[in-house]
Write a protein that binds this ligand. Sequence first.
Ligand SMILES: Cc1cc2nc3c(=O)[nH]c(=O)nc-3n(C[C@H](O)[C@H](O)[C@H](O)COP(=O)(O)O)c2cc1C
Length: 237
Amino acid sequence: MRPILKKVLFYTAEFYLPIHCFTCFLLCFMRKSSLLLNFSEKFFQKDQMINPTLKLLLNRRSAVAANMSEPGPTSEELQLILKAGIRVPDHGKLAPWRIKVLHKSGQQKLGKLFVEIHQKNNPDTNPTELEKEQIRPQRAPVLLVVASFLQTECKIPLSEQRLSGGAVCQNILTAAHSLGYVGQWLTEWPAYDPDVKQALGFGDQEEIIGFLYLGTAKEPPKPRKRANLEDVMELWE
Ligand SMILES: Cc1cc2nc3c(=O)[nH]c(=O)nc-3n(C[C@H](O)[C@H](O)[C@H](O)COP(=O)(O)O)c2cc1C
Protein backbone atom coordinates (compact mmCIF):
# COMPACT_ATOMS: atom_id res chain seq x y z
CA MET A 1 0.00 0.00 0.00
CA ARG A 2 1.19 3.50 -0.80
CA PRO A 3 2.40 5.39 2.30
CA ILE A 4 -0.01 8.28 1.72
CA LEU A 5 -3.00 5.93 1.57
CA LYS A 6 -1.77 4.17 4.70
CA LYS A 7 -1.60 7.53 6.46
CA VAL A 8 -5.16 8.42 5.47
CA LEU A 9 -6.49 5.08 6.69
CA PHE A 10 -4.55 5.42 9.92
CA TYR A 11 -5.98 8.88 10.68
CA THR A 12 -9.49 7.76 9.84
CA ALA A 13 -9.31 4.79 12.17
CA GLU A 14 -7.49 6.64 14.90
CA PHE A 15 -9.49 9.87 15.06
CA TYR A 16 -12.70 9.87 13.10
CA LEU A 17 -14.07 6.47 14.06
CA PRO A 18 -14.03 7.16 17.83
CA ILE A 19 -15.54 10.60 17.23
CA HIS A 20 -18.22 9.08 15.03
CA CYS A 21 -19.01 6.39 17.63
CA PHE A 22 -19.15 8.96 20.41
CA THR A 23 -21.54 11.17 18.39
CA CYS A 24 -23.83 8.19 17.70
CA PHE A 25 -23.82 7.25 21.37
CA LEU A 26 -24.59 10.83 22.40
CA LEU A 27 -27.51 11.10 19.95
CA CYS A 28 -28.98 7.78 21.13
CA PHE A 29 -28.64 8.83 24.76
CA MET A 30 -30.22 12.22 24.13
CA ARG A 31 -33.07 10.65 22.22
CA LYS A 32 -33.71 8.08 24.94
CA SER A 33 -33.58 10.63 27.72
CA SER A 34 -35.84 13.00 25.77
CA LEU A 35 -33.15 15.68 25.69
CA LEU A 36 -33.52 15.94 21.95
CA LEU A 37 -37.29 16.22 22.00
CA ASN A 38 -37.41 19.94 22.67
CA PHE A 39 -35.48 21.02 19.65
CA SER A 40 -36.07 18.21 17.16
CA GLU A 41 -39.52 16.90 18.06
CA LYS A 42 -40.45 16.81 14.38
CA PHE A 43 -37.48 14.62 13.56
CA PHE A 44 -38.80 11.79 15.74
CA GLN A 45 -42.51 12.57 15.33
CA LYS A 46 -43.24 9.27 13.63
CA ASP A 47 -42.13 7.31 16.66
CA GLN A 48 -45.34 6.97 18.67
CA MET A 49 -43.50 5.94 21.79
CA ILE A 50 -41.71 9.25 21.83
CA ASN A 51 -44.38 11.60 20.49
CA PRO A 52 -45.80 12.92 23.78
CA THR A 53 -49.33 13.50 22.45
CA LEU A 54 -49.73 9.96 21.15
CA LYS A 55 -48.12 8.58 24.27
CA LEU A 56 -50.70 10.45 26.34
CA LEU A 57 -53.62 9.24 24.22
CA LEU A 58 -52.40 5.65 24.23
CA ASN A 59 -51.92 5.58 27.99
CA ARG A 60 -54.72 7.74 29.38
CA ARG A 61 -57.28 5.95 31.46
CA SER A 62 -59.99 6.91 33.89
CA ALA A 63 -59.72 6.46 37.62
CA VAL A 64 -62.72 5.58 39.75
CA ALA A 65 -64.07 8.80 41.34
CA ALA A 66 -64.16 7.17 44.77
CA ASN A 67 -60.38 6.64 44.48
CA MET A 68 -59.63 10.32 43.96
CA SER A 69 -58.24 12.76 46.47
CA GLU A 70 -56.66 16.20 46.72
CA PRO A 71 -55.03 17.95 45.06
CA GLY A 72 -57.33 18.85 42.22
CA PRO A 73 -56.37 21.19 39.41
CA THR A 74 -55.56 24.74 40.54
CA SER A 75 -57.73 27.53 39.13
CA GLU A 76 -55.08 28.31 36.50
CA GLU A 77 -54.88 24.65 35.52
CA LEU A 78 -58.66 24.38 35.44
CA GLN A 79 -58.82 27.37 33.09
CA LEU A 80 -56.40 25.60 30.77
CA ILE A 81 -58.27 22.30 31.01
CA LEU A 82 -61.55 24.02 30.17
CA LYS A 83 -60.02 26.06 27.34
CA ALA A 84 -58.65 22.84 25.84
CA GLY A 85 -61.98 21.23 26.61
CA ILE A 86 -64.03 23.54 24.44
CA ARG A 87 -61.57 23.51 21.56
CA VAL A 88 -63.53 20.84 19.75
CA PRO A 89 -65.10 20.32 16.35
CA ASP A 90 -68.33 22.33 16.41
CA HIS A 91 -70.41 22.34 13.23
CA GLY A 92 -71.86 25.81 12.68
CA LYS A 93 -69.82 27.41 15.51
CA LEU A 94 -72.78 27.02 17.88
CA ALA A 95 -70.83 26.33 21.08
CA PRO A 96 -73.60 23.87 22.00
CA TRP A 97 -72.30 23.09 25.47
CA ARG A 98 -72.41 24.57 28.97
CA ILE A 99 -70.22 23.69 31.96
CA LYS A 100 -70.81 24.20 35.70
CA VAL A 101 -67.75 24.06 37.96
CA LEU A 102 -68.30 22.74 41.47
CA HIS A 103 -65.70 23.01 44.21
CA LYS A 104 -66.33 21.80 47.76
CA SER A 105 -69.16 24.20 48.68
CA GLY A 106 -71.10 23.55 45.47
CA GLN A 107 -70.53 19.82 45.87
CA GLN A 108 -71.91 19.83 49.43
CA LYS A 109 -74.98 21.72 48.26
CA LEU A 110 -75.47 19.25 45.42
CA GLY A 111 -75.01 16.34 47.86
CA LYS A 112 -77.90 17.67 50.00
CA LEU A 113 -79.98 18.00 46.87
CA PHE A 114 -79.23 14.42 45.78
CA VAL A 115 -80.36 13.23 49.24
CA GLU A 116 -83.66 15.14 48.97
CA ILE A 117 -84.39 13.94 45.45
CA HIS A 118 -83.39 10.37 46.28
CA GLN A 119 -85.69 10.43 49.32
CA LYS A 120 -88.52 11.80 47.22
CA ASN A 121 -88.05 9.09 44.57
CA ASN A 122 -87.38 6.27 47.06
CA PRO A 123 -89.51 6.80 50.19
CA ASP A 124 -88.32 3.53 51.78
CA THR A 125 -84.60 4.34 51.44
CA ASN A 126 -82.15 3.81 54.32
CA PRO A 127 -79.40 5.89 55.99
CA THR A 128 -76.62 4.08 54.10
CA GLU A 129 -78.19 5.03 50.78
CA LEU A 130 -78.68 8.61 51.95
CA GLU A 131 -75.05 8.86 53.03
CA LYS A 132 -74.03 7.57 49.58
CA GLU A 133 -76.08 10.28 47.88
CA GLN A 134 -74.61 12.98 50.10
CA ILE A 135 -71.09 11.85 49.20
CA ARG A 136 -71.79 11.19 45.49
CA PRO A 137 -70.86 14.66 44.14
CA GLN A 138 -68.05 15.09 46.69
CA ARG A 139 -65.84 12.22 45.61
CA ALA A 140 -63.19 14.36 43.89
CA PRO A 141 -61.73 17.83 44.46
CA VAL A 142 -63.32 19.21 41.30
CA LEU A 143 -66.65 18.29 39.72
CA LEU A 144 -67.68 19.57 36.31
CA VAL A 145 -71.23 19.18 35.11
CA VAL A 146 -71.25 19.30 31.33
CA ALA A 147 -74.47 19.82 29.41
CA SER A 148 -75.37 19.99 25.75
CA PHE A 149 -76.96 23.34 24.95
CA LEU A 150 -79.04 22.31 21.99
CA GLN A 151 -80.03 24.81 19.34
CA THR A 152 -83.24 23.66 17.71
CA GLU A 153 -83.73 26.70 15.47
CA CYS A 154 -80.83 25.91 13.16
CA LYS A 155 -79.94 23.41 10.46
CA ILE A 156 -77.21 21.61 12.40
CA PRO A 157 -78.61 18.22 13.50
CA LEU A 158 -79.05 17.78 17.25
CA SER A 159 -77.01 14.58 17.07
CA GLU A 160 -74.01 16.58 15.82
CA GLN A 161 -74.41 19.09 18.63
CA ARG A 162 -74.50 16.24 21.16
CA LEU A 163 -71.40 14.66 19.63
CA SER A 164 -69.57 17.96 19.97
CA GLY A 165 -70.43 17.89 23.69
CA GLY A 166 -68.97 14.39 23.93
CA ALA A 167 -65.76 15.74 22.42
CA VAL A 168 -65.71 18.46 25.10
CA CYS A 169 -65.91 15.82 27.85
CA GLN A 170 -63.16 13.74 26.29
CA ASN A 171 -60.89 16.76 25.77
CA ILE A 172 -61.34 17.72 29.42
CA LEU A 173 -60.31 14.22 30.56
CA THR A 174 -57.29 14.24 28.26
CA ALA A 175 -56.20 17.75 29.27
CA ALA A 176 -56.54 16.88 32.98
CA HIS A 177 -54.52 13.72 32.42
CA SER A 178 -51.81 15.72 30.62
CA LEU A 179 -51.36 17.78 33.80
CA GLY A 180 -50.96 14.67 35.94
CA TYR A 181 -54.54 14.46 37.23
CA VAL A 182 -57.08 11.72 36.72
CA GLY A 183 -60.70 12.00 35.69
CA GLN A 184 -63.86 9.99 35.37
CA TRP A 185 -66.90 10.67 33.21
CA LEU A 186 -70.05 9.50 34.93
CA THR A 187 -73.72 9.97 34.25
CA GLU A 188 -75.40 7.81 36.92
CA TRP A 189 -79.00 8.66 37.81
CA PRO A 190 -78.47 12.41 38.39
CA ALA A 191 -77.67 13.08 34.73
CA TYR A 192 -81.19 12.00 33.77
CA ASP A 193 -83.13 13.47 36.66
CA PRO A 194 -85.21 16.57 35.80
CA ASP A 195 -85.01 17.92 39.38
CA VAL A 196 -81.21 17.76 39.38
CA LYS A 197 -81.10 19.50 36.01
CA GLN A 198 -83.38 22.28 37.19
CA ALA A 199 -81.61 22.75 40.52
CA LEU A 200 -78.29 23.12 38.72
CA GLY A 201 -79.81 25.91 36.66
CA PHE A 202 -80.01 24.16 33.32
CA GLY A 203 -82.90 25.10 31.05
CA ASP A 204 -85.18 23.20 28.67
CA GLN A 205 -82.63 23.42 25.84
CA GLU A 206 -79.97 21.78 27.99
CA GLU A 207 -79.23 18.12 28.67
CA ILE A 208 -76.67 16.95 31.20
CA ILE A 209 -74.19 14.73 29.36
CA GLY A 210 -71.64 14.13 32.06
CA PHE A 211 -70.44 14.62 35.59
CA LEU A 212 -66.67 14.85 35.21
CA TYR A 213 -64.73 14.13 38.39
CA LEU A 214 -61.14 15.44 38.47
CA GLY A 215 -58.48 14.89 41.09
CA THR A 216 -55.40 12.93 42.03
CA ALA A 217 -55.45 9.14 41.99
CA LYS A 218 -55.01 7.56 45.44
CA GLU A 219 -53.49 4.59 43.63
CA PRO A 220 -52.68 4.03 39.96
CA PRO A 221 -55.79 2.88 38.07
CA LYS A 222 -55.73 -0.79 37.09
CA PRO A 223 -55.37 -1.59 33.38
CA ARG A 224 -58.67 -2.04 31.54
CA LYS A 225 -59.32 -4.44 28.69
CA ARG A 226 -59.41 -2.50 25.44
CA ALA A 227 -61.12 -3.27 22.15
CA ASN A 228 -58.91 -4.83 19.48
CA LEU A 229 -58.44 -2.51 16.57
CA GLU A 230 -58.89 -5.46 14.16
CA ASP A 231 -62.37 -6.12 15.63
CA VAL A 232 -63.64 -2.63 14.92
CA MET A 233 -61.77 -1.64 11.79
CA GLU A 234 -61.65 -3.01 8.28
CA LEU A 235 -60.27 -1.80 5.02
CA TRP A 236 -62.96 -0.72 2.59
CA GLU A 237 -61.85 -0.43 -1.03
C1 LIG B 1 -71.28 9.10 28.50
C2 LIG B 1 -70.65 8.18 29.49
C3 LIG B 1 -71.27 7.93 30.69
C4 LIG B 1 -70.71 7.07 31.62
N1 LIG B 1 -71.35 6.85 32.78
C5 LIG B 1 -70.85 5.94 33.65
C6 LIG B 1 -71.56 5.67 34.85
O1 LIG B 1 -72.61 6.24 35.13
N2 LIG B 1 -71.03 4.73 35.68
C7 LIG B 1 -69.86 4.06 35.38
O2 LIG B 1 -69.42 3.20 36.14
N3 LIG B 1 -69.15 4.33 34.26
C8 LIG B 1 -69.64 5.25 33.39
N4 LIG B 1 -68.93 5.54 32.25
C9 LIG B 1 -67.65 4.84 31.99
C10 LIG B 1 -66.44 5.53 32.59
O3 LIG B 1 -66.45 6.90 32.45
C11 LIG B 1 -65.16 5.07 31.90
O4 LIG B 1 -65.38 4.83 30.57
C12 LIG B 1 -64.60 3.86 32.49
O5 LIG B 1 -64.38 4.11 33.82
C13 LIG B 1 -63.28 3.46 31.78
O6 LIG B 1 -62.59 4.59 31.45
P1 LIG B 1 -61.35 4.71 30.47
O7 LIG B 1 -61.67 3.92 29.26
O8 LIG B 1 -61.24 6.17 30.24
O9 LIG B 1 -60.18 4.16 31.22
C14 LIG B 1 -69.47 6.43 31.32
C15 LIG B 1 -68.83 6.70 30.12
C16 LIG B 1 -69.40 7.55 29.20
C17 LIG B 1 -68.69 7.81 27.90
